[in-house]
Design a protein around this ligand. Structure first.
Ligand SMILES: NC(=O)c1ccc[n+]([C@@H]2O[C@H](COP(=O)([O-])OP(=O)(O)OC[C@H]3O[C@@H](n4cnc5c(N)ncnc54)[C@H](O)[C@@H]3O)[C@@H](O)[C@H]2O)c1
Length: 258
């Protein structure tokens, strides 16, 4: 039986994190590096990206930073080609990049531009990045993909009127299941995390009214810090989850059990 330390080790592995310039993506990049992986960072925010890369290097791991709009398939394709040249192989992909909704309202008044923006950034990016990663993972019969959905991927957006956002996150849940079934026979495990309310730039957590509303809907009685997800991502990225395919893990302070 392997020792526990080896079960969670990511030594000699290369992990990609999209949306790594801030928030949860930055936490994931640091955690993966801490577990021994070299990390490729993709984000549209070049400044934040380079700050994340510097910190990963300070942990003794290699960091490859690509300023990329993950909603643009040509840019995604080019980044994967460059990364493959630089790193040689890709073991782990964390599809994390995402945006919240700029419009909160009912579907009959929903602007098309906002709808398409959410589908492009939150959903199409997962398809583009997964497709490029899977081409390489299938060839090696090995890989891990972790999709970041949301509690709003498993229930309707309800009180936050998150119709567009919830649609993209629900689609990520079923895309996860579909891909998990297709690629399980190739030794590739694909799973999703559905976070509840975590303090990042995505929500207006500095506004006491917003923070109180999210807290009041969370049985744990608080919102979470971004770094509370680092263990879950390492679990799904490592051999600790070698028999998990298509699982949807909620980390939500009890929200979905209500
Ligand atoms: N924070 C939460 O409470 C929470 C809850 C559930 C799900 N999520 C999901 O977690 C993921 C990370 O969100 P976060 O909370 O860290 O927010 P965040 O705003 O701090 O980080 C999102 C990152 O994605 C990047 N990004 C946005 N559009 C991009 C694009 N087109 N191309 C490349 N990069 C792009 C941003 O620059 C940013 O660095 C998102 O998918 C979000 O939907 C967050």
């Amino acid at each position: 039986m392997p020792v526990l330390e080896d079960v969670f080790s990511l030594a000699d592995q290369v992990a990609i994190v999209t949306g790594a310039a801030s928030g949860l993506g930055r936490v994931f990049a640091y955690a993966l590096a801490g577990a021994g992986a070299d990390v490729a960072l993709l984000d549209i925010n070049g400044k934040g990206l380079h700050e994340t890369a510097e910190h990963v290097r300070s942990l003794g791991r290699k960091a490859y930073a690509y300023t990329v709009d993950v909603a643009d398939e040509i840019q995604v394709l080019a980044a994967f080609v460059e990364l493959e040249k630089a790193a040689g192989h890709i073991d782990i992909l964390v599809n994390n990049a995402g945006v919240g909704q700029a419009y909160q309202g009912m579907i009959h008044e929903y602007p098309s531009s906002e709808w398409h923006r959410l589908i492009d950034v939150n959903l199409n990016s997962v398809f583009y990045c997964s497709r490029e990663a899977l081409k390489r993972m299938v060839a090696r019969r090995k890989g891990k993909i972790i999709n970041i959905s949301s509690i709003w991927g498993l229930v309707g957006g309800g009180f936050v009127r998150a119709g567009g956002y919830a649609t993209t996150k629900g689609a990520i849940v079923n895309l996860t299941r579909e891909m998990a079934l297709e690629y399980a026979p190739y030794g590739i495990q694909i799973n999703a995390i559905c976070p509840g309310f975590h303090r990042t730039g995505l929500g207006n957590f500095d506004d006491p009214e917003f923070a109180q509303l999210m807290t009041s809907h969370t049985p744990a009685g608080r919102v979470a810090e971004a770094d509370e997800l680092q263990g879950t991502v390492i679990y799904l990225a490592s051999s600790a989850s070698s028999f998990m395919c298509g699982s949807i893990i909620a980390v939500d302070g009890g929200f979905l059990s209500q």
